[in-house]
Design a protein around this ligand. Structure first.
Ligand code: UD1
Length: 419
């Protein structure tokens, strides 16, 4: 079994480059099933979730080749299977994103209910509502979901909640439907815009991504394209908090600052100095940071995927902070682990109340999900002594060589294999 060991580290210093976004790469890889010519993707992060998605695509009949670091070539001309394997679906919830493309290209799709991070019940009703609105028959039996339609037909779809995955799945299904589809109350995340740009390069006709109304005029066929994945705003935010929590001075490169406005705003409110310079952000921490309140919301609100890392910072800010989680249930699983490190946190429903303390102490802790794992690394950087993090497969799902990149900034962090 592998663990990550973090020792109390000096203030982080230096430059770090952000990789392509996991949450853009996964839907774009799924969308590659729609094109019948060669597709080249650049800046695809080398993470476990991408490996799983490539495996999913191969299992469906697509050719997937890793040409170079971050460079993947896909050809889905001979797509020949509409069933997503249970073991792959169970490993990663995002495997669900192949359903829309399969339904529109092959007229059928079948998979088991998805797995993924244990951060709430995470139903898929909105995805299915979308498929049904486009005329598909949806059947659930023995833990499998199937959707069938000879040809999807465009319609108006109102999402009860701006679900990222449902918006993406419906966009992909509608890209080759007959007529026009309008998604209202669509998710507005930058990754949705990236998906729109990619689909349009393949020949789709989609407008409005980034706003709450997306219009998709269905086309008969999609081809090939080259596309560069946008930078990962959550990875950027994680390194920014690392600089802040250690009182360091770090330049985070390859950042689209307009994508991380709430993280920048909240760090500034806490007393962190941030200097934006084109595609770089310099983050200068201080040992006198103050408490701030954070409420997670769909984009452009504060991202739920940054709440755990931010909470790690708030454990040592002066005063009392409140973090309210509105997007997922059950996303406070890291709280007990931070408490093992001495943090003073109380949970009250969707709120966590954090009383800042002088310092944390190293402990043996468990990563309960991807971002919780990142939060424990951040806490470990300032905790007295040594922090041993278990269950690190969660961290590997979404961060490229996390310990190598932290080490490059001066952190004392390593990976060890234990019995
Ligand atoms: C995506 C991101 C994830 C991020 C999340 C919210 C990817 C691969 N993952 O996940 O990192 O934390 O957006 O920003 O992009 N819901 C329903 N019914 C549905 C679908 C969702 O009720 O059919 C609920 C979920 O239970 C959750 C909320 O909507 O409470 C948000 O989920 P959603 O936006 O769909 O997240 P994902 O696409 O799964």
């Amino acid at each position: 079994m592998e663990i990550i060991v973090v020792e109390k580290s000096p203030p982080l210093k230096g430059n770090v480059r952000v990789n392509g976004a996991k949450n853009s790469a996964l839907p774009i890889l799924a969308a590659s099933l729609l094109g019948t010519e060669d597709i080249i993707l650049e800046d695809v992060p080398k993470i476990k979730d991408v490996e799983i998605m490539c495996e999913v695509l191969r299992s469906l009949g697509a050719k997937v080749e890793v040409l170079d670091e971050g460079l993947i070539k896909i050809n889905s001309k001979d797509l020949n299977n509409h069933i997503t394997r249970y073991d792959l679906m169970n490993k990663m919830r995002a495997s669900l994103l192949v359903m829309g493309p399969l339904l529109t290209r092959l007229g059928k799709t079948k998979s088991s209910l998805p797995g993924g991070c244990a951060i709430g019940t995470r139903p898929i009703d909105l995805h299915l509502k979308g498929f049904k609105a486009l005329g598909a028959t949806v059947e659930t039996e023995h833990g499998n979901i199937g959707a069938y339609a000879e040809r999807l037909i465009g319609d108006k779809i109102y999402l009860d909640f701006p679900s990222v995955g449902a918006t993406e799945n419906i966009m992909m299904a509608a890209a080759m439907a007959k007529g026009e589809t309008i998604i209202d109350n669509a998710a507005m995340e930058p990754e949705i815009v990236d998906l729109q740009n990619f689909l349009n390069k393949l020949g789709a006709n989609i407008k409005g991504a980034g706003t709450s109304t997306i219009k998709i005029k269905g086309v008969e066929k999609l081809g090939g394209a080259s596309h560069q994945i946008i930078p990962d705003r959550i990875e950027a935010g994680t390194f920014m908090v690392a600089a802040a929590i250690t009182g360091g001075d770090v330049v985070v490169d390859n950042v689209i600052t307009s994508h991380i406005k709430p993280v920048i705003a909240k760090l500034k409110e806490a007393g962190v100095e941030i200097i934006e310079n084109g595609e770089s952000v310099r983050v200068i921490g201080s040992n006198k940071l103050k408490a701030v309140d954070v409420k997670t919301l769909p984009y452009p609100g504060f991202p739920t995927d940054m709440a755990a890392q931010f909470m790690a910072l708030l454990t040592v800010c002066e005063g009392t902070s409140v973090v309210i989680e509105t997007v997922f249930e059950n996303r406070f699983m890291h709280v007990d682990e931070l408490k093992r490190m001495g943090a003073d946190i109380k949970i009250d429903g969707k709120s966590a109340i954090i009383r800042g303390i002088d310092n944390l102490t190293g402990a043996q802790v468990k990563a309960s999900d991807l971002r919780a794992g990142a939060a424990l690394i951040l806490a470990g950087l300032i905790a007295d002594g040594s922090t041993e993090i278990d269950n690190i497969h969660h961290i590997d799902r979404g961060y490229v060589d996390i310990e190598g990149r932290f080490r490059q900034l001066g952190a004392k962090i390593s990976r060890r294999t234990i019995e």
